[in-house]
Design a protein around this ligand. Structure first.
Ligand SMILES: [Mg+2]
Length: 228
């Protein structure tokens, strides 16, 4: 279930100690780690398109979405300072992604509004079993548990209502933090809020770069889990 080179923790679901010794704080990524969109992003976009009179193949949407998402990551990487964010930037990111996916078609603005609302709803998401198990084990171990996500503040309402997110006492969203992973400031901000130092924190996430590698650069431990 693990990726990205943390072989020491490769069997967490089959009996190896989790959280590992010396970890006092476990911070979970959210999307792809604890929950996933249901229906898929491609199907949600396709259905939103259909509601506004556009028919696009879900496979094509998926390809365009990946490219559009990467374009927005590149915009953030090139910004000064890199990977700073706010509510306005997050809305702008998704507006641009929807516009790219539907190639600037006239209803794209209405589709954006539709999808913004969709992904802010709890029923647009479903829990991932292995992530839920890790949250349960971290809570049972009595360590501090937090969520820290590149998702914006729509996450806060979802996290109150959807397990396993609702089990977790600390929920931090990028637009509130003011930074996105992989910015080192993202990790420093979480440490400050939790009152801990880097050496005692473990990040669990599905993205080899934004979660696993970025956390290590920040001095945290990290555990990669298979994304969906
Ligand atoms: Mg993720």
């Amino acid at each position: 279930m693990t990726t990205a080179g943390d072989t020491a923790l490769a069997e967490t679901s089959s009996g190896v100690v989790f959280p590992p010794e010396g970890v006092d704080v476990v911070v979970f990524d959210v999307v792809g780690t604890l929950v996933e969109p249901s229906p898929s992003v491609a199907v949600a976009y396709q259905q939103a398109g259909l509601r506004h009179g556009l028919t696009v193949d879900a496979g094509i949407i998926q390809q365009r979405f990946k490219a559009a998402w990467r374009r927005q990551e590149a915009v953030d990487a090139a910004a000064v300072p890199a990977f700073a964010t706010c509510r306005g930037r997050e809305a702008e990111r998704w507006r641009a992604i929807v516009d790219d996916v539907f190639e600037g078609a006239a209803p794209a603005a209405a589709i954006f509004a539709d999808l913004w609302e969709h992904f802010g709803r709890v029923d647009a998401w479903q829990p991932l079993a292995h992530g839920s198990e890790l949250v349960r084990r971290a809570l049972d171990a009595g360590v501090t548990v937090a969520l820290a996500s590149n998702f914006d503040e729509r996450l806060l309402a979802i996290a109150e209502q959807l397990e396993p997110l609702s089990w977790v006492p600390h929920v931090f969203a990028s637009s509130e933090i003011g930074w996105r992973k992989p910015a080192p400031e993202f990790f420093r901000w979480v440490e400050q809020r939790l009152g801990c130092g880097p050496a005692e924190v473990l990040l669990v996430g599905d993205d080899p770069e934004l979660d696993v590698a970025a956390a290590r650069r920040a001095g945290w431990r990290s555990l990669g889990v298979a994304g969906h």
